[in-house]
Design a protein around this ligand. Structure first.
Ligand code: NAP
Length: 282
């Protein structure tokens, strides 16, 4: 029987720590860490994410603002808001909820955010810093995975780590963080030949592809630690991961469930980055 890595519990534990650190920070400095979230249009999933981010800020005692802009917002108006927030003393973290409506240029907006306030760590400056291992902010989802591994007592050094998925927000930074933690890392993608032969080598397997129940028991080495980043909606509306939990759990030594694994960690890491940004201002 595998250990079920309880992302909800670990996330709550870290949020309690952030709350205590925030209270101490406010007492010492006389102001609160501040996060601004910009949402453009009415994408229902984005609205849920933004509401959850605001709620999480309140929970740990941050100052927060949400800017809800209409669907037909012009690029120059969005850029002007980012400029205004870059100069705003009360705001230490700026997050633009993606995806933006099609007529807006995401890259242009992300490049405009002051790298010192880029709590999503999407700016090329912060991406570059992750490459050299000298970072202030880490992208929230891979940082959440690292925290789960650390708090479960998984030693990464010298282990064979396989990541499936090479997106800029999950797979690539994930591989880099495992490498910095002295794992021996293989990064797989849709052109990988004989994927199962690669994944069967993994002591630590991280899956981030966006395909429901894709990784099955025959792709997993006995005793591996399996981290499922995937979030897929089944036809019946239920959330499921990229790993076929029922078949893989008996083979793994530890595994994250979906929901309740990596998911809860992402916003928690955003809070952590915002506190770091407020500290950097000092
Ligand atoms: P993405 O940008 O769509 O990237 C998917 C990656 O998976 C690509 O690199 C793709 O390879 C690879 N891939 C697709 N099919 C494959 C296959 N059959 N075999 C091997 N590799 C394959 O996705 P993403 O943004 O990284 O997200 C991945 C999953 O994580 C999604 O389910 C998403 O919802 C979830 N997610 C969860 C959180 C969270 O908070 N828990 C946060 C972010 C994302 P190519 O590059 O060759 O196309």
């Amino acid at each position: 029987m595998a250990t079920i890595i309880d992302g909800k519990r670990i996330s709550q534990e870290i949020r309690e720590e952030i709350k205590a650190e925030t209270a101490a920070f406010a007492q010492e400095n006389g102001y609160l860490p501040g996060l601004a979230v910009i949402i453009v249009g009415e994408n229902p999933a984005s609205q849920v994410y933004v509401r959850n981010k605001k709620k999480a800020c309140e929970e740990v005692g941050f100052y927060s603002r949400v800017y809800e802009l209409p669907e037909d917002t012009k690029q120059e108006d969005l850029n002007a808001l980012v400029d205004q927030l870059n100069a705003d003393e009360q705001i230490h973290g700026i997050l633009v909820q993606l995806p933006l409506p099609k007529h807006l240029d995401e890259n242009e907006v992300l490049l405009r955010i002051d790298p010192g306030k880029d709590v999503d760590a999407f700016h090329p400056y912060n991406v570059g810093k992750i490459m050299i291992g000298d970072y202030s902010f880490l992208p929230c989802t891979p940082a959440g995975v690292m925290a789960l591994l650390e708090r479960t007592g998984v030693d990464i050094a010298g282990k064979k780590c396989v990541v499936i998925g090479r997106s800029n927000i999950v797979g690539k930074p994930m591989a880099m963080l495992l490498l910095h933690a002295n794992g021996t890392v293989t990064l797989c993608h849709s052109r990988t030949k004989d994927l199962a032969a690669e994944t069967r080598q993994a002591d630590i397997l991280v899956v981030a592809i966006g395909k429901a129940d894709f990784v099955t028991a025959d792709m997993v080495k006995e005793g591996a630690v399996v981290i499922d980043v995937g979030m897929n909606r089944r036809a019946d509306g239920k959330l499921t991961g990229d790993v076929d939990f029922a078949s893989v759990e008996p083979v793994a030594s530890a595994i994250t469930p979906v929901p309740g694994g990596v998911g809860p960690m992402t916003i928690t890491m955003l809070l952590k980055n915002t506190l770091t940004a407020a500290r950097m201002k000092n």
